[in-house]
Design a protein around this ligand. Structure first.
Ligand code: ATP
Ligand code: MG
Length: 435
């Protein structure tokens, strides 16, 4: 670790710290941003830790938000309305593996001592321009080591989430987990079911969001026993299936929120590709993903699971088959379904040569075809009302079946998408149902 050149918190953070110190309260930048800066990485959230009590912080600033007042965290809004977290020095008085009870009136050293890993327990004073690093976090960053602060086994018992956080940080920053910390992580695994499903989901999502080579963390979930405890269906899959998350593209987390979210979904789908729709749905529901996300991710994984074996046999099919896939995937999800299928194949190391060579061109043509050709019911030139009015088909189940039958017929050959041909075909289909 060299120098402190990058330890430059945003001006608003420096101002907040200055104001607190001028009022007589020692204040430091702490946590992730200090770590990231020392690694030469940009960071958005510069958290402050201060000797001031929450009520003193609130009184000192014009605009504040009670982010987590019980735990000592006040949000201070700067001139631009950006929120900065200011947390009173605290130490834990009681921990039960899930919740902590904290007490204020602690010193900086006590506050740092309750932090999880040495690399997360470094403080930076903007006014004194100096680091305070009582646990050797800089040394560990320099030798790329992840080490718990204090007694690893005890720290993991206090809060089971730390085991998962550690696996995330190790993958994210390429840190080697120190022996005692690793042993404590492995011993923690069997207690992880006590974490709430929401927290497990949060960790998994953060891992897929933040860890560039996500499988580095996911494989640690597996080796430590965490995966067996939390997501046994995934634990039973071969290692390469977890590596599929790395192969879907978008290696860089985008700052654009929509893209970041889509990347998580696609990475999740890649990891699930090959499971049945039911298995994926159950797993995702179990970790309390929103219904919307469950259905999109499970859908992507399922469609990709059907595309994958075709590619694996060296086939890049003709347009009618491609349209069938697109129709099943739905237009907006088709490109992602193709990427997931290919990622899974790449991760398995099983891409037939002709598929590898022709893939980029095939992918472009396939996606273009999905946006150009009729592949959804709403693309048909007739709709349900037409069919009721002009072909005399009553509303109900049969109408739906006729529409689906028409779509299959048109997907096979888009030139059939004319009113005349569809009406005729609709009558034939209807007759075949009653016949
Ligand atoms: P990220 O970039 O993911 O936000 P971070 O290190 O900032 O990484 P946060 O979850 O924002 O992580 O937490 C901020 C800081 O609070 C951490 O750096 C760490 O010092 C401390 N911390 C957070 N969670 C825990 C925990 N479960 N146990 C101990 N300390 C923790
Ligand atoms: Mg943070």
């Amino acid at each position: 670790m060299t120098g402190t050149a990058r330890l430059e918190p945003p001006e608003a953070v420096v101002q907040i710290a200055r104001k607190l110190e001028e009022a007589g309260h020692e204040t430091w930048c702490v946590g992730g941003a200090v770590r990231d800066a020392l690694l030469g990485l940009p960071s958005l959230d510069w958290d402050l830790a201060t000797a001031a009590r929450p009520e003193q912080v609130r009184r000192l600033f014009r605009r504040t938000v009670p982010v987590g007042e019980k735990f000592g965290t006040i949000g201070v809004l700067d001139d631009k309305g950006v929120l900065h977290e200011v947390t009173t020095f605290r130490h834990d008085v009681k921990t039960d593996g899930r919740h902590a009870e904290v007490e204020f009136g602690a010193s900086l050293d006590e506050d740092l001592a309750r932090r999880d890993f040495t690399v997360n327990a470094i403080a930076w004073s903007p006014s004194q321009q100096r680091l305070h690093d009582p646990f050797g976090g800089q040394r560990d960053l320099g030798s790329r080591r992840l080490r718990a602060v204090g007694d690893a086994a005890q720290r993991m018992q206090e809060d089971r989430l730390r085991a998962l956080r550690g696996l995330r940080f190790a993958g994210r920053f390429g840190l080697q987990i120190d022996d005692a910390t690793w042993r404590a992580t492995v011993s923690s695994a069997s207690a992880l079911h006590r974490l709430s499903k929401e927290r497990v989901q949060q960790e998994l999502v953060k891992t897929l969001e933040q860890v560039r080579v996500a499988s580095q963390s996911l494989l640690l979930w597996k080796r430590s026993g965490a995966l067996r405890e939390l997501l046994p269906v995934l634990d039973a899959r071969p290692d390469w299936q977890l590596r599929a998350a790395d192969a879907v593209g978008w290696p860089d987390a985008s700052a654009v929120e929509g893209i970041a979210k889509r990347r998580v979904q696609v990475r999740l789908a890649a990891v699930l590709c090959g499971l049945t729709a039911r298995e994926s749905t159950r797993l995702l529901t179990d970790i309390r993903l929103s219904n919307r996300d469950v259905s999109r991710v499970a859908h992507l994984a399922t469609v990709a699971g059907r595309i994958r074996p075709v590619l694996g046999q060296g086939d890049l099919p003709d347009l009618p088959v491609v349209r069938g896939w697109a129709s099943e995937a739905r237009r907006v999800d088709f490109a992602d379904a193709l990427r997931v299928a290919m990622a899974s194949l790449v991760a398995e190391g099983n891409v037939p040569e002709p598929v590898r060579v022709r893939w980029p061109g095939f992918y472009r043509r396939a996606v273009r075809c999905a946006w150009r050709d009729p592949i959804e019911i709403s693309d048909l030139v007739v709709d349900g009302e037409d069919l009721m009015r002009s072909a005399g088909i009553p509303a109900g189940r049969e109408l739906g079946e006729v529409l689906r039958g028409l779509l299959v017929w048109v997907v096979d050959d888009p030139s059939r998408n004319t009113r005349e041909l569809l009406m005729e075909r609709a009558r034939t289909l209807l007759a075949s149902f009653s016949g």
